[in-house]
Design a protein. Structure first.
Length: 117
């Protein structure tokens, strides 16, 4: 089993920045993918950004150039630096980890990000 603990959400004004962190613990294999999804009220959960253990990243078009995902493999921790935040970024952000033992992945409890206009 794998446990994920997120931190760093909060309330920020439009144009501001936040940094989310997610620490994973448990039976984690060296090769895995970590990242973030988000879900706004009344909308489906959507991928924000992902990063594999080798460092390759992918981003949703809506956040490219504003968000940066990174990870520290030694700490099994993934980060999401969010800059130039917009009200439409308001959502609950969920961390995930996928590896071959569980392609569906494990999920964190979610952290609320609210961007005021």
């Amino acid at each position: 089993q794998v446990q994920l603990v997120e931190s760093g959400g909060g309330l920020v004004q439009a144009g501001g920045s936040l940094r989310l962190s997610c620490a994973a613990s448990g039976s984690i294999f060296r090769i895995n993918t970590m990242g973030w999804y988000r879900q706004a009220p009344g909308k489906q959960r959507e991928l924000v950004a992902g990063i594999i253990s080798g460092g390759s990243t992918n981003y949703a078009d809506s956040v490219k150039g504003r968000f940066t995902i990174s990870r520290e493999n030694a700490k099994n921790t993934v980060y999401l630096q969010m800059n130039s935040l917009k009200p439409e970024d308001t959502a609950v952000y969920y961390c995930y980890l996928r590896q071959y033992t569980n392609p569906e992945g494990w999920w964190g409890q979610g952290t609320q990000v609210t961007v005021s206009s």
